[in-house]
Design a binder for this molecule. Structure first.
Ligand code: APR
Length: 359
């Protein structure tokens, strides 16, 4: 089942269990602990008093009383002390113990806050990475819908390096639909940049090339003193690209062929795509099923397709990647980087206010 990142107040969620970032006494506190106790009512505290506290990295379950969910799982995250005191292992244990407890109690859906990312000072991007890694590891072996609940955008950070890199790629590639390039005249425009007979052609405004059209040899890169990322000739396994370009199967058949070529199992593929079992069955059993662009991209990521192969797969169901869509630009960034961890991609999409991959 999939992992979702959502913006919400965890006390409002009607899932089977919500997780509380508690302290060792389990007697309430501030932050999400305070919010949960306040919304649940005094009976929650009475039950917690009977639990005798909770060790860091451990988890205990109670009823939910006035909360809309069925259970509250209380876990105690580590206090950040610089990262050398076993904090990561303790935080991983919080997620693993909470998920095991949820499974033991028949929960089909669980919502986590970012444990330790508040008062306990765990760096927010690191806390998010531990959460996504721990939860996705559990989801590869278990069926459950899990939510990472972000209360406020300030409490949500991805790694600065990744954020800056993706932002730069968006700045370099995003073409706002409403943008009018005053250097770009109509079809009579004679481009004095027209280079040699090889048809190399750079549009530019002033001394900066603003858009590149055909594929360039290395030597043309600093033609106008600008340097752009080299787009390699598609050097992928042409058999796969060939197969995709000859496709007239429906999406399900294409998907199964690709899974075989990649040597994956069906379950491995749809879990890597962050797609629910229900959606997988729908794809495989509803003859007229038409996948959404999001679903096709999710499977392209799971199959670890190259950018060219992913574009080809999208085209078999009538979709393309557009320069005027931030979502598409971010997907292109990760495909070019060959980063296929869908949870890292979703964390980034969420950070840029885009919908997440998987259904
Ligand atoms: N819904 C969802 N998330 C929330 C909510 C809410 N209503 N309130 C806060 N959060 C988020 C915070 O933004 C943060 O990202 O929960 C995350 C965890 O922050 P804390 O609640 O401060 O928990 P933690 O960092 O683990 O510290 C635990 O704080 O409240 C005390 O008693 C608690 O001593 C314990 C310590």
């Amino acid at each position: 089942m999939p992992l979702y990142i959502i913006r919400q107040d965890i006390t409002k969620l009607e899932c089977d269990a919500i997780v509380n970032a508690a302290n060792n006494t389990l007697l309430g506190g501030g932050g999400v602990d305070g919010a949960i106790h306040k919304a649940a009512g005094a009976e929650l505290l009475e039950e917690c008093k009977r639990l005798g506290g909770c060790d860091t990295g451990e988890a205990k379950i109670t009823k939910a009383y006035n909360l809309p969910c069925k259970h509250v799982i209380h876990t105690v995250g580590p206090i950040w002390q610089g990262g050398e005191k076993g904090e990561k292992a303790l935080l991983e244990s919080c997620y693993k113990k909470s998920l095991s407890l949820a499974k033991e109690n028949g929960c089909e859906s669980v919502a986590f806050p970012l444990i330790s990312a508040g008062v306990y000072g765990y760096p927010k991007d690191k806390a998010l990475a531990v959460a996504a890694e721990s939860i996705s590891e559990f989801l590869f072996k278990n069926e459950m819908t899990v939510y990472i609940v972000v209360f406020d955008k300030a409490s949500y950070q991805i790694s600065e390096e990744l954020f800056d890199d993706v932002q730069e790629y968006i700045d370099d590639n995003y073409v706002d639909d409403n943008y009018v390039d005053d250097n770009y005249a109509d079809e009579n425009y004679v481009d004095d940049n027209y280079a040699d007979e090889n048809g190399y052609y750079l549009e530019r405004s002033g001394e900066v090339c603003c858009r590149r059209v055909p594929i360039f040899k290395e030597s043309d890169y600093d033609l106008f003193g600008c340097f752009e990322e080299k787009i390699e000739e598609p050097t992928e396994d042409l058999s796969l690209l060939d197969m995709l370009s000859k496709i007239d199967d429906n999406f399900a058949v294409t998907l199964l062929k690709l899974i075989d070529i990649k040597g994956m199992s069906d379950v491995e593929c749809y879990k890597k795509a962050n797609v629910s079992k229900q959606t997988w069955y729908k794809i495989m059993n509803e003859k007229e099923y038409k996948p959404s662009k999001n679903t096709v991209i999710s499977f392209a990521i799971a199959l670890e397709l190259s950018l060219e192969e992913a574009k080809r797969l999208l085209s078999t169901v009538g979709f393309t990647l557009s320069k005027s869509s931030k979502f598409d630009i971010i997907i292109e960034y990760f495909l070019l980087k060959e980063e296929y961890n869908i949870f890292i991609i979703n964390e980034t999409l969420f950070k840029f206010d885009q919908v997440c991959l998987g259904v």
